[in-house]
Design a protein around this ligand. Sequence first.
Ligand code: SF4
Ligand code: SF4
Length: 170
Amino acid sequence: MNVQITHLINSDKKIHAVVEKCIQCGTCSASCPLNQYMDYTPRQLIALVREGMIDEALKSRTSWLCSTCYLCAVRCPVKINIGDFMTSLKRYAIKNGYSDNLPYSKLTKTYVDLVNKYGRISETKLIITFSLKTNPLKLLKMLPLSAKLLREGILSLSLEKVKNIQEIRT
Ligand code: SF4
Ligand code: SF4
């Protein structure tokens, strides 16, 4: 276990508040539309942090799958904002190299890079850039369908920058 990160997370006010307040009722896990894809449910992830199993929590794919839809937060009996908890964990995972080899974090980074550069994303650019970083062979497999969609104008390779991009970056 990385003692320094454990200390950082335990001293994080937002995370600390979640861990303190959670009564482990499981409403969040039952409400989460993505729970079937997670290795730990939201309730279990909170329990891991509470028990000091920070490595395990930061290696988990749960926070990366969280879409911050806040359905769990609306239903939580003690009003815990689990989406923000997930975002905080992701931030620690990125800063401390836990996410380097995870496809989810690469997808998120690709998304953010495109928004920073153009102020918006295009599905075509997102898929191409992400696939080049992770599995270029996948692009070859998608080529016939992509060519058809490009021909029919359903996909486009062009992506115009929005005006006032600095406002988006801010
Ligand atoms: S719904 Fe709230 S109190 Fe219940 S397990 Fe989830 S975070 Fe904890
Ligand atoms: S905010 Fe995240 S954890 Fe909560 S229900 Fe939505 S996807 Fe699930």
